[in-house]
Design a protein around this ligand. Structure first.
Ligand code: ASP
Length: 246
């Protein structure tokens, strides 16, 4: 690793003003030294519309957001840009597009060896992991491979919650228990055939990544390591690459 690896990985769910402010502040900090940040909109079907919405949201953040779909040569764009921001949506669409354009290795190289700051929310956080296998998304298309950037050594499950869902059919209706599979159950299935530790990020949580140190911010997270009890970590905790607390 030549320069410091710098990444911000989030779950999404920034539905309150407080969460939006944290997100904006963390993004500005992540891209502090950047003039132009490339936005990767491939998790959506509407590249132009999605990029415009993100440009509006980024507003006065101090960097210019430029859609990767606007470049004839996406590899040259990755070379030229000061930062990389991968948006959320459907992880399968995103991973297919990244492989088809030959972007996996160039983005990995940019982030890990050239120290180009990376931000990814939801699907954009999934693809920062070694593989896309802990996404929640439906398999809407075939992908050439599950392999993703591997700029962090663990897996992320975004939009995580501990289960115990109660719902009601009408605003005034009675709450009923859902009794569905929990995320922890699905992750334990991942661990039947894989060993990589998984962090389940609650909505509103972020990982501020600097080389091999990962600080949890905004909300809590559940750490799931194969054959071990789940450990809930609170914001402010610094994790190592194996997801144990530092
Ligand atoms: N669909 C999610 C996203 O926004 C990804 C996921 O849940 O795995 O990007």
């Amino acid at each position: 690793m030549v320069k410091q690896m710098r990444a911000l990985l989030g779950s999404g769910g920034i539905g309150t003003n407080e969460r939006r402010e944290l997100y904006r502040n963390l993004m500005s900090e992540n891209f502090a030294d950047c003039e132009r940040v490339v936005f990767v909109p491939f998790a959506s079907n509407d590249y132009a519309g999605y990029t415009e919405r993100m440009q509006d949201f980024a507003g006065q953040s101090g960097y210019e957001l430029v859609g990767l779909h606007e470049f004839d040569d996406p590899l040259a764009a990755i070379e030229a840009m000061d930062g990389i921001y991968v948006g959320g949506g459907n992880t399968w669409l995103l991973v297919r597009a990244l492989h088809e354009r030959g972007l996996i290795e160039p983005i990995r190289e940019a982030v890990l060896h050239r120290g180009v700051p990376y931000a990814g929310v939801s699907a954009g956080a999934n693809v920062a992991c070694p593989s896309m296998q802990t996404t929640n998304d439906m398999a809407v298309t075939m992908v050439p491979s599950f392999e993703t950037f591997g700029i962090v050594p663990f897996q992320i499950n975004p939009h995580y919650h501990p289960g115990g869902i109660w719902y009601r059919e009408a605003e005034e209706g009675e709450f009923q228990q859902h009794f569905g599979e929990t995320r922890a159950r699905r992750v334990s299935e991942y661990h039947q055939t894989n060993n990589t530790p998984v962090i389940g990020l609650y909505e509103g949580s972020f990982l501020r990544c600097r080389n091999d140190s990962y600080e949890l911010l905004g909300n809590k997270a559940d750490v799931m390591r194969k054959n071990e009890e789940i450990v809930t970590q609170e914001p402010g905790t610094i994790l190592r690459g194996d997801l144990t607390a530092a």
